[in-house]
Design a protein around this ligand. Sequence first.
Ligand code: HAM
Length: 460
Amino acid sequence: MLPKKTPVPEAPFVPKKGKTPMLVRGMKDILPVDWPWWNLVFDKVISVAREFGFERIETPVVEENAMFVRSVGKDSDIVEKEMFAFTDRGGDAVALRPEGTAGVVRAYLEHGMMAMPQPIKLFYISPMFRYDRPQSGRYRQFWQFGFEILGDGHPVVDAEVIAIGATIYQELGIPVRVQVNSVGDAASRTAYLKVLLEYFKPRRTRLCEECKKRLIKNPMRILDCKEPDCQLLAQDAPPFLDHLSEPAKEHFVKVLEHLDDMDVPYDLNPRIVRGLDYYTHTAFEYTVADDIGVEKQQSALGGGGRYDGLVELFGGRPTPAIGFAGGIERTIMQLKARGIQPPAPLRPDVFIAQLGDAARKKSIKLFRELRSLGIRAAATFSKTSIKAQLESANRLRAPFTLILGQKELVDGTILIRDMESGIQEVVDFGKAVGEVKKRVQKTNGEKQLVNGDVVADIQE
Ligand code: HAM
């Protein structure tokens, strides 16, 4: 460990000549071909967030390491094994965020949000980092969409938050069930830990090595161990629900009632204990409701719960809070496995093709004029052959192309080519903009008849 504020010596970096750099293990590029799916998820999250009155927040990727140790828990898998933690050049112990909740709570306190009318409803779409063993559906950099409500402890809010996630998956076309549990308040937890210890201690030898350690550090985590022997034991473990304090029981019963009122399908699942320490009361996960052959570990699409003690733990006054986060890569895997297609990208309204330097100059002006009028013009000015430019126009699915060749330049005209029929008309150059506007309006008008929406997506 470097003492605080000791500058870190500069690491020698000598790139090997001719060696192609490669992706770091567990990292992934999001390529242009992937973006239609990413946009589909982003758009859905943003629209649902708006409908439910959430405002967007983005906190930094780098935060104090201690913040995660305190909130996520020093004995949690995330902190023990998965943190991208390092000492920066100024000697500060920092980490790449493994999750979004801690940063949101820090921002809530740091920006005085507790003094604003409560609750504060925030959402984010952000990359997270966990040094986990990479496999399908598990990466070292992955994206989450998250929703957090701070400053409201009413059980209806738990149900509302759970319903928001369910709405997102349902509207994306992924059938989910919510697995719900209560991990109680501090009093229930102390009582339950005793009961768990009494149950597991005599069965210690049947636990995996990891769970033997958990028995001392955090026995609740044995309940969600993936080892078959531990799972068998966990099945018969006394459920938390039987050991909730009266107020915790009352809270949970109300949450379930509200879920029923909201028609959110759920299963009571005593094994949902979550891998982060800050949870209190309601804990939940979204799992895929059917089996379409995507591996099991990817069926946990998202999860969350109440964290009523976290604001106080960070030095604020006691403030109830609840939230959840969904994994975007896993969501997209589900969309693809179900053959759900994102909308095709918007096509341009018009393409502009040109031949020769003088025509190119004039076309660039025309292009800028059309864009300034809100018309989506496209062009490939670097191409010199009309054939190649028409190919681009076709690839982009432009409905028509303006062609400015040498002859048109001399005549003061321009050609308008209908890309479907191939029919070309000559118009005065001065009338080109008006003609384009007319055609774009006509196309949009026709779409309105079909879709009832002028700016509806254009499907191929
Ligand atoms: P979490 O359950 O640790 O919760 O993560 C939420 C979701 O992120 C998981 O269900 C999964 O879909 C995705 N995820 C987690 N790790 C990976 C990975 N290595 N690769 C790909 N996807 C992954 C939290 O992070 C809490 N902060 C949720 C929350 C918000 N609780 C209250 N508010």
